[in-house]
Design a protein around this ligand. Sequence first.
Ligand SMILES: *Cc1c(COP(=O)(O)O)cnc(C)c1O
Length: 462
Amino acid sequence: MSDRTAGLTTAAEQAHRFLTGLDDRPVGARADAAAVRGLLDGPLPEHGEDPDRVITALVDGAEPGLVAGAGPRHFGFVIGGVLPAALAADWLVSAWDQCAAFHSLSPAAAAIEEITAAWILDLLGLPDTASVGFVTGGQGANTTCLAAARHAALAKVGWNVERDGLIGAPPLRVVCGEQAHVTIDTALRLLGLGDSTSVRVPADDQGRMDPQALQRILASSSEPTIVCAQAGNVSTGAFDDFGPIADACDEHGAWLHIDGAFGLWAAAAPGTRHLTRGVERADSWAVDAHKWLNVPYDAAMAIVADSEAHLAAMSLAGPYLVTDPVHRDSTNYVPESSRRSRAVPVYAALRSLGRSGLAELIERNCAQARRMARRLQDIPGAKIRNDVVLNQVLLRLPGGDDANRAAVAAVQRDGTCWLGGTTWRGEYVVRLSFSNWSTTDDDIDRSAEAIAVAARSVAAAG
Ligand SMILES: *Cc1c(COP(=O)(O)O)cnc(C)c1O
């Protein structure tokens, strides 16, 4: 009989090497995809290779193209790290190889998903009757939630969108903040709602939706309406003001969806909870586990207050499959049928942190954002462009957009840390995000110094 565990020891050793080296390796990749292809490409082998040799070759080839995203000084985009318990549990997900679609295929996966869902609702202060689908990311979560919203909004005017589709359907209005994340647009495209037909609510200088403008927009028409608000702007970290937004949605019968991919975790920490005030009044929420919860890619949750709407939008039940009348079949809350048990590493992350550990993680990263902002302000001519209310920092260095771009490139080349840039209110700015459990204050200070050096070299080059 073949050895079922071939390759595992090699993989564990290589993973160990990679993880223990994360603090010291250059944060950015040292090679591009073409270089990695040069190492790994070749004709498809005619005959199979030994698993150990496959793993060793993979590691050798991938190595120069790996990014230390899980390391402590990757401040680009919003990239979480990997908690040890979550990583170990993720390995078990693959070893167990459970099909997490149906209770009958894995009572263990079903139970872990139910427990994890309840813990998340508790931590985020959301209604304990809400339903939770474990999906791949914020994109999947926004899409799933907006599918439930589409169902409920059209059901109100007597239209069954799952059965009859959108051709000939009554008009449906989508209202988004001007600063809605791009994945909201993708979700609207996928759902047949279009990304250019939605009404955009003006935002303030932090990217927060103007609640009065929303109120006026909602009052201007009685069409069924979905409103997309945001907990944690991907540039500034700002939160929409959910109280007046929820009031307006209540008054006009609109579905309120909140994209809280990373920001919703602020609800789990006493020091940041105030930012999410009123969030529990929404109808649906998208939140990632692979960003701030530090679960390995990929994991996120689509949460819907009206579980009937959630089921109506996502249920697999049809002529071929009968939903289990007794047990919860998790496929009925997500777009996928067969899928891995994404709740398992989330369960492990939450259990290894505990309520207090999660709160500390959130508050520590926010304190690190403030620390970095203070350090960066010492660079001559530098300005912080956002109110650092959460874990995001926008830095504008002296000189024009080109000088800021050059500084970002210089920091990336240096390799001490990694960050990117974005366009904010018409100018190119450096964007930093703090969402890794292993980042220390020393990492912040070392990285601030590297950024200062890059800024000096760009200034000197004129
Ligand atoms: C990251 C992010 C998303 C998309 O999440 P993915 O996990 O990348 O699919 C959506 N909304 C916001 C606010 C985000 O920060």
